[in-house]
Every structure is written in structure tokens, then in C-alpha cells.
Write a protein of this length. Sequence first.
Length: 477
Amino acid sequence: MKAMPDPKLPLYLKVAQQIEGQIRKGALRVGDKVPSIRGLRRQQGVSVSTVLQAYFWLENKGWIEPRPQSGFYVRVPYKERMPEPEFRATRNVPTGIGISDLLDKVVDSIGDHSKVPLGAACATPFYPNRKLNRIISRITRTDPDHSARYESTIGLEALRRQIARRAVTYGCSLSPNDLVVTCGGMEALNLAVRAVARAGDVIAIESPTYFAVLQVIESLGMKAIEIPTHPRTGMDLDALASAIRKHRVRGCISIPNCHNPLGFVLDDDRKKELVDLLARNNVPLIEDDIYGDLAFTADRPRTAKTFDTEGNVLLCSSFSKVLSPGFRVGWIEAGRFQNAVKRLKFINTIASPSLPQRAIAEFIESGGYDRYLRGLRETLSNQVQLYTQAVMRCFPAGTKISRPAGGYVLWLELPENVDGLKLYQAAFAQNISIVPGAIFSANGQFKNHIRISCGHPWDDSIDRAISTLGRLCVRSN
């Protein structure tokens, strides 16, 4: 049916309101693709410019969002969204990690595959297992001696070359010879912290931060100083500068891209400010970029390392969250700490396994990795929208939810009287795995917070699990 002129409304607005009506009535749901520009032009009998104006209006109202090389998709409208988690001040003093027992229990429990998987940050069903298995099969057939010798301590040259080439696309100039391949992102972080500090030293961390960061610091006998972190603009740089002045901070760990658990991507100015502040004070920055390839933007965001001119940034990353956790392939570019990291790598594991390195190198070189990433980003963006909508529908008033710019985790601030740890325990009893917010802080802050993973395809079991979580919150409220 063609749109007819309306004397009261511009034509583009009438077209836009028809699409809005379909969304409101549920004919178009969150994650659905709206008609293409050309398709709607033919359907409505209007010009391309009219359709573009209609879509821009819908985008500005928060009804739809563009996705690069794909089109426009329905999103959760702004006015229906829950507010974001609040920015919270923290005690700006060094402290030991006081949550180790709880952290150990939670880490063990989120690996329980019998539970509905809202805990572990994995996107297992979306990984390119068949493609990687075909590459592995070819390698084992054509080179049966592929793992009959030690790989170089710094890793397979072909993989290091591919990592360096890809880094150029997001403004980071890396040399293959300065990269060290590690056994996943955890080893990269561990080597980085050991290279810059010793037992008893103080490491500045974001608050909240990824709980494995806390495990690394504790295992090395160091102390953490928590820096309050905004859900959009990142670490409070004034608080960081104050901590550096008052305490002998030996290193700083930050997750500027697709933060875990807050989900933000820092803008370039903030990244540069962070790098410059630390360089002026001779404090190394350990940058965890494990989710960087999963930003929901057309262009891969720059790293903080991009703005490093003094070798003061140790860039850590991994393919675990993107391709295959079981491959255990990560890497580090350690700047002026390169020699120390190389020595520590040899002491730690001598070298990383050869076969997964070869498989990933071939996958990247073939162009398959970038094609796969484009689809994965779109899928994960849709997943986050679906989970967000379900939380908004099922959780009690007063709940606040993050706005991820990439990755696949949601950070939820619950009403003050809802205990995240008790909710975790109650959910586990209902065969649902989540992560309590207390383990994202060295001293157990964020007691009324939880993290939910959006890495499992949306289905009835996920819908029921989130509904159950909402009911459990209401009982606690």
C-alpha cells in the first residue's frame, strides 16, 4: 500500500510513523531488520530521500539503529530503557584482595554446563568451529610433524605477522618481532603485571573491573587501589592522579575497549589523556583489549597503545572471547618491558602450542577472520538488545542496566535492598548461572550488582531464566 500525502504531516514523517506503529504493535521486534531503503521506496512509492529522512527520524527517536553494510534494525527505544548504573566513589587506598574465597567458588560454579549459562562470558554457539576444524584437519594431514618441536618463545612468526597487520587498521603500529604469543589473555596479563611490579607493590585498577585482574594481583602478593570508573567515560583520571601522588603505584590496568563488565568504549581523547597521565608519572599502563574486536561500530576502535610514544603501554589481547577459548591463544606487545616479558614467558611456559597458532594465522590470512567478525558483531549486538529488553520487562523498578558498546555482557545495578550474592545463590538453586557484582571489586563493593552474559543464543530457556531472576529480585525487594 502506497503512502498518501497528508496535509498535516511531512511525507517522511508519515512513513516513519508507519514503521513506528509496526514496532509498537510487535510486528517488528527488537533485533528485526526493517525494510531496505530501496525496498521501502518501492513499497511506499516515495523517493529515496524521503525514506532516508524517515529512517534518520526513527534513529534519532531511538527506534532503529544502523549496522554497517547491513541496514537498519529495531532497537529498544530510549524512553523505554532503564537508566544506566550509577557512578560510584571508592576508597582511594591500597588494599589486599579480600574476596578470594568467594571468587574461587563463583569461578568454579560458572563453569557448570548443566546450568542456564548467564554467568561465563563465552559465545560458544557462535564460534567458527567447523572452519577452524577444517584448517586443523588440513594441517595435520599435510604436516604431521606440526607439533614435534618447540615453537619459538615469542610465538609463530606467521601469527605475529597477521596480528601486526591487523593492528594497522585501527591505528596501532606493531612489529611482529615485538609481539609475544601467550597461553590466552590471562597469561598475557600475568606476564605484564610481573614485568612492571613485585610482591607488595600497588596496582591501580578500575572499579568495577574484570575479576581475573584481581586474581592475578592477589596471586603475585600485590595490592590493588580501586579507581572509580564511570559507565561511559571510564576511569576517574583525577582520582587516578591523586592515587599516584599519595601512593607508590607501580602499574595501572585498564580495559578501554568493550569494558568488562561495564561495556563502554572510551573515546580517543580519553584514551590519550590516560596514556599521557601515566607516562608523565612513569607508571606503566597494562591495557586489556581482549574484547576490542567485538565493538559494535563499523571501524574497530583504537587502543590506548595507539597513543603510546614511550613504550609505556603493555597491550594484552586474546582470541579466546572471539574465536575459541579452548585454543588458549593470546598475545602481548610490552613496549619497553619486552625483554622482561620474553624472559618471563620462557620461565612460565617456554612457548605456546603450535597447532592453534597455525590455525588462527591461516584463518586470518585467508580473510575468513574479518568476514566472520562482521557477522559476529551484528549477532552479538542483536543478542545484547534481546537480553536488555528481557531484563527491562522482567526486573523490578529501580533496576539500572549498562549500555554496552561491544562485547556481550550486561552490568545490572539492582535496587539497594537486593543482595547480588544471595541472588546468585538463589539463581544457582534454580539451575541458572550468573555472576555477583562483589567479585568485580577488591574489597567486595557492588553488593547489589550482577553481571549477565549474552553469549547464548536467545531461546525459551534464556527467556524463562531471566523471568525467574526478575521474580527472585522481587522477592528480595
